[in-house]
Design a binder for this molecule. Structure first.
Ligand code: AMP
Length: 230
């Protein structure tokens, strides 16, 4: 009988930064399971609030439906509460957070308070035409959240998840008119974070236009390098 390999330690906040459709969610899910740490998608948390009909969800829904960004204080409150839970002690992965300079600065203060050091930031670079194709083709499993793409990563059976047979649905904000707004919000409000994290010396770019396994290899390479340095 083999001995299970020891889990690698993350021990930090890892941020997946990039435009919508860059593959952050797909890669974050993989890395989170490799390291046994939570995958924290603020988009998923907000969709959960909407689905449960909370007051916060009610405020966020019209903004999300239009492709804009939910106010910083809503997102920050949600994030600070989430990372103070015990399952985050060994580190965690942010997907889709921070998205504004104010969120990035507030996150640094939160990480200091909770005695995490500097975050590591992986920046997924992808051209707009590739993003649009990915977003319009994206389908998500209603049960487990597994992500597919009807063009380049289709499920084995049309409309059904390979893992659990769950129904595959299209996010309401993956419609072309909303995609345009989301890409504009990224350019205007999130792009400045690239310079911000570069100046802090923690930005690691990857070519997010490559296939899923190639991007996964680049991400793994960066993570081993970071582990070796620290
Ligand atoms: P995502 O699933 O990351 O594409 O997020 C879906 C939507 O949720 C976004 O278009 C925003 O409206 C909202 N959202 C998610 N994360 C954030 C964030 N960090 N700041 C503001 N709004 C967010």
């Amino acid at each position: 009988m083999g001995v299970a390999p020891a889990r690698k330690a993350l021990g930090r906040a890892l941020i997946f930064l990039g435009p919508p459709g860059a593959g952050k969610g797909t890669q974050a899910k993989r890395v989170a399971s490799q390291y046994g740490v939570p995958h924290l998608s603020t988009g998923d948390m907000l969709r959960e609030h909407v689905a449960q009909g909370t007051e916060l969800g009610g405020r966020a829904k019209p903004i999300m439906d239009g492709g804009g960004l939910v106010p910083d204080e809503i997102v920050l409150g949600m994030v600070e509460e989430r990372i103070s839970r015990p399952d985050c002690e060994g580190g965690f992965i942010f997907d889709g957070f921070p998205r504004t300079l104010a969120q990035a600065e507030a996150l640094n203060r939160i990480l200091d308070r909770q005695e995490f050091g500097r975050p590591a930031v992986i920046y997924f670079r992808v051209a707009d035409d590739v993003l649009i194709r990915r977003l319009t083709g994206r389908r998500t499993c209603k049960l487990g959240g597994e992500i597919y793409n009807i063009y380049n990563h289709p499920p084995r059976v049309d409309g059904r998840c390979d893992n659990d047979g769950g129904e595959l649905i299209q996010r309401p904000d993956d419609r072309p008119e909303v995609i345009k707004e989301r890409l504009a919000a990224f350019e205007k409000q999130t792009m400045p974070l690239v310079g911000y994290y570069e100046a802090l010396g923690v930005l690691e770019p990857v070519d997010g236009a490559a296939g899923i396994s190639d991007v996964a290899r680049s991400v793994a390479g960066i993570l081993s390098r970071i582990e070796a340095i620290n």
